[in-house]
Write a protein that binds this ligand. Structure first.
Ligand code: GLP
Length: 244
């Protein structure tokens, strides 16, 4: 799906999420959202906040699972994805705090494997993810599933690609400050979501968008594995779609 600009993408995606949240609430059910960070989803969250504040949308039945977090990372740190989500969404709407799940960057390294298994089990126990939002990195990563990540990969500790660390350098005031690792849902975790919406904006993403949609499926570009998912949409602005 291609829209004229990123703002229109964000409005359309937020309204799709809001529709499902309302429908589930009417059925007395919860709605499980898989959430992403980065600059791309910021206006989706802004629109959900607006719908909550101005149009009475309640998110009280929403359960969230975030894709990833740097490791190690303290939640109050400027670059923490916990902090990002609090500032852009969680502190501004009525999602119950106990419904919010984000990979924990404060664990000791030997605790991580168990923690990741529990994360997977918790997603399953809630009936799986209804809508998974994704951005995409220039390496073709989804979440932090860097090149080499297979379709069976689960939530785990991974080593960040150099290009990803270069792209994050400005956020961290220098590449030397960018963590070398992260905890991420796996490609396999993502592919279990019932619906996936990958958003991408700007000419910087045009190349990786073309490879992801038109290229052969390969672990070298993990986003290509979305081709095997029955209900995935790439929702793009014109610049990101320019090479299709
Ligand atoms: C980080 C995140 C990804 C995100 C990517 C793109 O690597 N872990 O989930 O998709 O950045 O970021 P942006 O949306 O700022 O281009």
């Amino acid at each position: 799906r291609v829209y004229e600009d990123s703002k229109l993408v964000s409005l359309a995606v937020a309204s799709e999420i809001a529709d499902l949240v309302r429908q589930r609430a009417a059925e007395g059910k919860h709605c499980v959202l898989g959430l992403a960070t980065g600059s791309t989803p910021v206006n989706v969250y802004a629109e959900l906040v607006r719908l909550h504040k101005e149009e009475g949308l309640s998110l009280a039945n929403v359960v969230t699972f975030n894709l990833d977090e740097y490791f190690p990372m303290q939640p109050d740190c400027l670059q923490s994805y916990v902090r990002f989500m609090n500032e852009h969404l969680f502190d501004l709407v009525d999602i119950p705090k106990e419904n919010i799940n984000i990979p924990d960057g404060t664990l000791d390294v030997e605790q991580v494997a168990d923690w990741c298994r529990n994360y997977e089990a918790k997603i399953e126990s809630l009936g799986g993810i209804d809508i998974q939002l994704l951005g995409i990195g220039r390496t073709g990563h989804i979440g932090f599933n860097e090149p080499g990540s297979g379709t069976e990969s689960q939530t785990r500790l991974i080593t960040l690609d150099r290009l990803t660390r270069i792209d994050a350098a400005s956020d961290f005031f220098g590449i030397e400050n960018v963590p070398r690792r992260a905890i991420t849902m796996g490609v396999g975790t993502i592919l279990k979501a019932r619906k996936i919406l990958l958003l991408a904006f700007g000419e910087n993403k045009a190349r990786v968008i073309r490879s992801s949609i038109e290229g052969e499926m390969t672990p070298t570009i993990p986003a290509t594995f979305l081709q095997q998912h029955p209900d995935t949409e790439f929702v793009l602005d014109q610049a990101a779609a320019a090479e299709l």
